[in-house]
Design a protein around this ligand. Structure first.
Ligand code: ITT
Length: 204
């Protein structure tokens, strides 16, 4: 593996949990700033029908205001018995501004009242890498699993307390961060990004 000197990137998110995970996964070689310190950058309306479209929209909007590398993450949970919902609407499943506790409650409710006993689903993450107003590439990752009937665990964020990755008896919120990253949708997408960046050795 080639040596890569410390690089900077703007991670185009206002979700501090995503930023923490990206910093943990990419490690010390990257200095990652996010939009929580950039109130001057506009909110992006996520009008896409796919994770890829929304990741590109977020990356392009931030890249118009930032000269270096920009990364955006669009992600969410797809549940088979709900036809893939909440999907791209994961952050606003129970309505705009309803918050994650309400989103999790709605998901539990829909599965407990539904006809199907199928609790399978997956997390997906698409990352869009942009520079100078152009999307260079996208990277995706997914993790199969099932939806627990009740919330378990204190770690993680979002739907983590309800998601049990395949092969584990614990929810993402019960796993240590490194255990989650080793199999998570974001960990897998970032592994693909890292492999690309290492091969390309981008200029800072
Ligand atoms: P930005 O658009 O600013 O990045 P966001 O939280 O609105 O932040 P998304 O539109 O991509 O991000 O929504 C993804 C939602 O899916 C997120 O809010 C979580 O509720 C959920 N999600 C994504 N990754 C997750 C993970 O690793 N663990 C738990 N929930 C996750």
């Amino acid at each position: 593996m080639k040596e890569v000197s410390k690089q900077r990137m703007l991670f185009a998110t206002r979700n501090a949990h995503k930023t923490r995970e990206v910093r943990e996964i990419l490690g010390a070689g990257w200095e990652v700033e996010d939009l929580t310190a950039r109130p001057d950058l506009p909110e992006v309306e996520e009008t896409g029908d796919t994770f890829e479209e929304n990741a590109k929209l977020k990356a392009l909007a931030a890249s118009a205001h930032y000269a270096g590398w920009v990364l955006a993450d669009d992600s969410g949970l797809e549940v088979d018995a709900l036809g893939g919902a909440p999907g791209v609407r994961s952050a606003r499943f129970a309505g705009e501004g309803a918050g994650m506790a309400a989103n999790r409650a709605l998901l539990r409710d829909k599965l407990s009242k539904g006809q199907s006993s199928d609790r399978r689903g997956r997390f997906r993450c698409v990352l869009a890498l942009a520079r100078q107003g152009v999307v260079i590439r996208t990277f995706s990752g997914a993790v199969e699993g099932s939806i627990a009937p009740s919330e378990r665990g204190e770690g993680g964020f979002g739907y983590d307390a309800l998601f049990v990755p395949e092969g584990s008896g614990q929810t993402f919120a019960e796993l240590a961060p490194a255990e989650k990253h080793a199999c998570s949708h974001r960990g897998r997408a970032l592994a693909a990004l890292s492999a690309y960046l290492t091969a390309e050795e981008p200029a800072a």
